[in-house]
Design a protein around this ligand. Structure first.
Ligand SMILES: [Ca+2]
Ligand SMILES: [Ca+2]
Ligand SMILES: [Ca+2]
Ligand SMILES: [Ca+2]
Ligand SMILES: [Zn+2]
Length: 597
């Protein structure tokens, strides 16, 4: 053997040996059990969502309940999956976290976020310590698809990305006495409702010289080339108009019970609050779960965590409630870079009867509307180019519109990252009214949702934001201290209720408007007579605000990251047992018994 090969072999052996010294142990990385192989690389149909829920329930019967909350206008079941470990307590004795999605039928990825959260919580139970603890302490209510008809029709019918949002409650949009009689039509049968255009020298549009698939506006005086003639469709009812009365429109997110306004004030309102059979059932279902402390409702567009006030007239929330929203929202912005935490009326638009407003004002739960998709995810730019580009909202593309350069960039993304799946090329078509036209444009499965290759990342980050908020629901501990004999059969006892999390046991708003009874602290026992009891303001100087009547029952709340102390004076014989009970809607129940010496 040649000498230099021998040298090389020795060198290689030394390298291997040193590598073995460094990497003696594999990193202990445990992934969650794959009991139910849910996939997040394509979008589930309504039927697949139901199947996934049934499989999860079958795989984790001890931790889940699967209920039909109600049915849609077309009879499709709306499912809620409850994640609760009955071995660690009853549902209502734990802080509840409400999560829903797909209230707008076209906003399908919200359903995937919900499924991902369920799969992640259940699959990591008994595997990941933090998730196991969380599932043992809290209760999750998850409704992946509220608008079951909407999801069904969005996935099944020819569609564009914006339609089938509404509940299937017929509405006569054009006042011709017919209901939902003229909807867009998939004329070329490709599953997409695209745009129609017609060659016309008097049109306002011309072919974009940079990308012939796009059209740009002509300048004043310039000769036109194209006329845009709306979404794909024909005059179904022969009234001279095209696509003038599509299915619906009752907007399920404008019909919740707080600050509801009729259709002439709020577009999309039904005839009364909770219009819609499924929505009514959901309202009832939520109202019965008095432990709901935190809420998330997912929509599909903007990269936002939106929360109330939904209208300026509500005034601002109390600083204490603001602090909770800010704490959760700011952390959310870090968990999902690019997302913005905003206030609904101020940073977006005023809305009547929306869900997150109702959750906070009528239920007393802190609630965010999550707007999932960010268009910036479809950028086709290097980091250097991104830094040089105009930021969002400053002449760059914003949440609800885009400019020519952004559209060109999206087409490059379409070409090079999805091999053309997002855009339908223009094709000639013979239209019964317009004659020779072309049909083309962005596909149904584009613009408002990530391509499936980006879906899992979005689901995981949003699930992480929900989990962070769930961890911040109140965790109150009760300490009994300072027990002292202060007279003939007269005892003193002090209690401390301490909350180690950001969310208070009751929101400031809920307390202010007396939405429901405050937390209760009681001292009782056989032969125990509470003579005085009240809030201990200063333990060093023995200052107490005593309650005048029924001092054995105190009403209170425990602030976020805070504590509250009480003092009781009671008569009892030595050797008697005294029971101290704390009972809160959002912070659970605690019971302690002490024996007097
Ligand atoms: Ca009509
Ligand atoms: Ca089509
Ligand atoms: Ca018509
Ligand atoms: Ca009509
Ligand atoms: Zn929406």
């Amino acid at each position: 053997m040649k000498k230099r090969y021998a040298k090389f072999i020795i060198f290689a052996l030394v390298l291997l040996a040193s590598a073995a010294l460094v990497y003696t142990e594999p990193v202990p990385f445990k992934t969650h059990k794959v009991t139910v192989p849910l996939r997040f690389d394509y979008y589930y149909t309504y039927e697949m969502v139901v199947e996934a829920l049934e499989k999860l329930h079958k795989a984790y019967p001890q931790l889940t309940e699967l209920e039909i909350v109600g049915k849609s206008e077309e009879g499709r079941a709306i499912y809620c999956m409850t994640v609760n470990n009955p071995k660690t307590g009853k549902e209502l004795d734990k802080p509840g976290i409400w999560v829903d999605g797909n209230i707008h039928g076209n906003e399908i990825q919200a359903g995937e976020v919900c499924l991902y959260l369920l799969d992640y919580l259940l699959g990591n139970y008994g595997v990941n310590k933090k998730i196991t603890e969380l599932v043992d302490k809290k209760c999750f209510y998850v409704v992946p698809v509220i608008n079951t008809d909407g999801r069904y029709h969005f996935m099944t019918d020819g569609n564009n990305m914006h339609d089938n949002r509404s509940l299937r409650r017929p509405h006569d949009d054009d006042e011709d006495g017919l209901l939902d009689e003229d909807f867009p039509d998939d004329l070329d049968g490709d599953g997409n409702i695209c745009m129609m255009r017609k060659k016309d020298p008097h049109g306002h549009w011309k072919t974009d010289p940079e990308d012939p698939r796009l059209m740009i506006r002509v300048k004043p005086g310039e000769k036109g080339e194209w006329n845009r003639i709306g979404a794909e469709g024909i005059d179904n009812d022969g009234d001279g108009r095209i696509n003038e009365d599509a299915q619906g429109y009752v907007d399920p997110n404008r019909n919740w019970g707080y600050d509801w306004m009729p259709h002439y004030v709020q577009h999309g309102a039904g005839d009364y609050p909770f219009s819609g059979v499924g929505l009514k059932a959901l309202g009832k279902y939520i109202l019965a779960r008095t432990n709901i402390t935190m809420g998330w409702t997912f929509h599909n567009f903007g990269g936002l965590f939106v929360r109330g006030p939904s209208r300026k007239a509500w005034g601002s929330y109390a600083p204490e409630d603001e602090a909770v929203f800010d704490y959760l929202g700011d952390q959310g912005e870090r968990i999902i870079p690019g997302y913005k935490h905003i206030i609904s009326w101020k940073d977006m638009s005023e809305t009547y009867g929306d869900e997150d407003g109702w959750m906070f004002m009528s239920i007393g739960a802190y609630c965010f509307t999550g707007e999932l998709f960010m268009r910036s995810q479809e950028s086709f730019k290097s980091i250097k180019e991104q830094k040089a580009a105009k930021p969002v909202g400053e002449g760059g593309m914003d949440f609800f519109s885009s400019n020519d350069s952004f559209e060109r960039e999206r087409l490059k993304f379409n070409d090079h990252l999805t091999q053309g799946e997002l855009f339908v090329s223009w094709k000639p078509y013979k239209h019964p009214t317009y004659g020779d036209i072309e049909i083309g444009g962005w596909a149904k499965m584009s613009t408002r949702m990530p391509h499936p290759f980006m879906l899992k990342d979005m689901c995981h980050r949003n699930a992480a934001a929900i989990i962070f908020s769930a961890k911040q629901t109140p965790e109150v501990k009760l300490e009994v201290f300072g027990i002292k004999k202060v007279g003939q059969n007269l005892y003193r006892l002090r209690t401390r209720l301490k909350n180690s999390k950001a969310i208070p046991s009751m929101s400031n708003h809920a307390r202010k408007v007396k939405l429901y009874p405050k937390d209760m602290l009681t001292v009782s026992g056989k032969g125990v007579k509470v003579k005085a009891g009240g809030r201990l303001n200063d333990r060093y100087r023995d200052q107490v605000t005593y309650k005048e009547y029924r001092p054995g029952i105190q009403f209170l709340f425990v602030p976020g990251f805070g504590k509250v102390e009480h003092q009781f004076l009671f008569s009892a014989q030595p050797g008697v047992s005294v029971t101290i009970k704390y009972n809160s809607r959002h912070a659970g129940k605690i019971r302690k018994t002490i024996k007097l010496k």
